[in-house]
Design a protein. Structure first.
Length: 223
């Protein structure tokens, strides 16, 4: 993976960066790190950088994502100096917007440009990870405004809570539903069942589209 990021391998890098972000968020439970919030901000920033490098081939979305990343860095600096709750909320909103933009740009490159190859198959995994991340951030935002919205998911700094929110998000996205965490407030319940619907929709529509595009590409090559 020491190669230059190109349109032929960009989704490999993107997927690895997202996996590292998810794995790193669990360090608090393993290593008992008291300053995990600061580490998560740094890892998030690195993830932003990889996303930008991976998606720079989509110039329109690249400029939008770059502006969000720059704004997020500014908020991170302000948060280090003043530690306002409103800054945490703004950072989460920018993260949600950034990952949404990354999702949309990735989906457009996978489904609507060129033929299906291994890079785009890996990109479909990145799309799934981005879905889970977006909903995890949505849950963290809900906790900022309504700390009692979930059972088993307590309100604390988003960096410390990221792993728990991501766990709940992906359990919901895959409709496993272990039951150790659950929504209580009406808003949280709506967001949760919308994620479950999105997970089913993704498997039914996006994967089917990839298979169909791959078959069409194969038929064109044979013809």
């Amino acid at each position: 993976m020491g190669k230059k990021i190109t349109e032929k391998n960009n989704f490999y890098y993107l997927t690895i960066a997202l996996i590292i972000l998810l794995v790193s968020s669990s360090l608090d439970q393993v290593l008992q790190i008291t300053w995990l919030d600061k580490i998560m901000q740094g890892i998030t920033l690195l993830t932003f950088a990889v996303c930008l490098l991976s998606l720079r081939f989509d110039s329109g979305w690249y400029r939008f994502l770059l502006s969000l990343a720059v704004a997020w860095i500014g908020l991170m600096i302000i948060n280090q100096l003043f530690d306002f709750k409103q800054v945490d909320i703004a950072m989460l909103v920018l993260m949600l917007s950034f990952f949404f933009g990354t999702f949309k740009s990735t989906m457009r490159q996978i489904l609507f440009t060129g033929s299906i190859d291994n890079n785009k198959v890996v990109g479909s995994l990145a799309l799934f990870l981005l879905l889970g991340l977006m909903w995890a951030i949505a849950y963290l935002l809900i906790l900022e405004f309504s700390p009692e919205s979930f059972t088993g998911l307590e309100a604390k700094n988003w960096g410390d809570n990221f792993s728990n929110a991501a766990y709940f998000s992906f359990v919901t996205l895959t409709t496993l539903g272990y039951g150790d965490m659950s929504p209580i407030s009406p808003v949280a319940q709506v967001i949760v069942y919308l994620e479950a619907i999105a997970g089913v929709f993704y498997m039914a529509i996006v994967v089917a589209s990839l298979v169909g595009a791959s078959q069409n590409s194969q038929e064109n090559n044979d013809g």
